[in-house]
Design a binder for this molecule. Sequence first.
Ligand code: MF3
Ligand code: CO
Ligand code: CO
Length: 273
Amino acid sequence: MSNVEVNRSATRDGKVPIHGAEAFAAMRKAGQLAAEALDMLVPIVRPGVTTAHIDDLVLQFALDNGALPATLNYRGYRYSTCTSINHVVCHGMPNAKPLKEGDIVNIDVTLIVDGWHGDTSRMYSVGAISRRAERLIEVTYEALRLGVEQVKPGNTLGHIGAAIQKFAEDQRCSVVRDFCGHGLGRLFHDRPNILHYGEAGDGAVMEPGMLFTIEPMINLGKPQVKVLSDGWTAVTRDRELSAQFEHTVGVTETGVEVFTHSPAGLEWPSRQS
Ligand code: MF3
Ligand code: CO
Ligand code: CO
């Protein structure tokens, strides 16, 4: 996801780009390939596996399919995925430490196919997880679903954030404010910002042809985040668990098209093995 402050568009007039049918066709391809990469990882994520290995597999999958991982060398980031474990909110960097039973991990993949970006992430359970971790994952998935449900012409971007915030807070969870969803297409991070909190009626009115991600980060504890000295890893200040799911969507004449649904139906539950 993009940091609220650094997100800016190549178009500097403040308008949200409107894309045509060719862009939607391209986004379908990119979104499906990114979702397939996440499907591939379902049987891989288990105790003892390293996030570095997961990262290698995603890079190989991308190259085998004529794609490139958008995060590789993006603003100095060196990996093909973000792997955010337990209290890591986002932008966790793959490393050689094995996953252990009970961990929950978000794996975020953005693939560039024919110049277009498909950006998606899911939660994976490592072996058996605690009931509170399972509940957080369920709340986060439902929050994303409710946000996606608000996408239609005439609604505002604020309808998305409001739906996510209301549900998450009703479930005694909190919404991270420091990172947001983003427009994308030929650019990785474009206008508009998609806040995961707010009020219905706030922000731009949605129009057919807009392309963006929705990617709520939901915490079991307080919403505050800090970024570690590596410059990337964002963690909860209270070290409580955090979860996230992400879809890339387009606004259509009648509502929404989700480009990153799992082709194999593995989106949730993510652990099938
Ligand atoms: N894929 C992330 C997103 O959802 C972006 C990660 S940027 C990185 O927007 F540099 F940290 F990889
Ligand atoms: Co994103
Ligand atoms: Co992402």
